[in-house]
Design a protein around this ligand. Sequence first.
Ligand code: PLP
Ligand code: COI
Length: 340
Amino acid sequence: MSKNIDWQNLGFSYIQTDKRFVANYKNGAWDNGSLIEDANIVMNECAGVLQYAQTCFEGLKAYTTKDGHIVTFRPDLNADRLISSCKRLEMPVFPKDKFIDAVTQVVKANADYVPPYGSGATLYLRPYMFGINPVIGVKPADEYQFRLFATPVGPYFKGGAKPITIKVSDFDRAAPHGTGNIKAGANYAMSLHAIVTAHQEGFDENMYLDPATRTKVEETGGANFLFITKDNKVVTPKSNSILPSITRRSLMVVAKDYLGLEVEEREVFFEEVKDFAECGLCGTAAVISPVGKIVDHGKEICLPSGMDDMGPVTKKLYDTLTGIQMGEIDAPDGWIHRIK
Ligand code: PLP
Ligand code: COI
């Protein structure tokens, strides 16, 4: 029985669900892990995660499809990306098959929290890992915990598909040879001051420029950029300090193979942004959130698609991607992991 939740009005915030998966790494090996009910974690005051932020995470969603199944979208790519985060943070990798199994178990155990088809909400899954034993000299922990919980969510930005306004940030999100290309908790900790500042100034998000030259577009605090040119090309920034978004990689396939559009993954100079027809933020949480206006130190760039609706190409991309996720449109092989 579906839970009695007002699915249509959910925002992007935490709602505790019944079961979460926990596995522990000790003496060089992962245990089998299991589902538990306790949402709280007890750890030593000197745990590696608390002292030196040794933690990384993932984000993916479970959907109810048109024909009533429950599915997740490309969880194998989240497993791969968690592995690359673990390697960069000197953490033991969490094996891919165990990751997919944890996703399956948590979704099944919380099936009543998967929002119904057509509600606009989804079940957000948050896998994460952290160093748990005491560490006082700066070094990696020896013991780790992997967890995965689920929480039902609505749109990431209030207003759903309404275009947002973003500012060019004075802060950097990543260093040139840093951790911008992995999902380290530390990346998000250092973005908090920038996002609070942006919100105080009335903006919805930040556009970060490349930290080395501050001439190229990178990404936002929680999503990659997509731009549409006036002749309908889909352009996305290429950089080794941004997160390799699974949504963005999928949308490039959708654009090319489903919509017959030309796609380009390349460096995008901020100077070019004024010439684009549409702009969107893409990610698991953001899906595709249209950007209506970009403000660079008081200088406004108003996208021709305006502040009322998603641009036409962005809308086609959005409808096709969500159609694939909700089982309305045939998916490429291997994109949909059916759970129920
Ligand atoms: N960029 C950042 C910084 C993110 O946190 C996210 C969210 O996961 C993304 C991009 C989008 O990635 P994905 O599409 O894999 O969710
Ligand atoms: C996601 O899209 O899954 C993320 O992790 C981004 C975060 C801003 C919620």
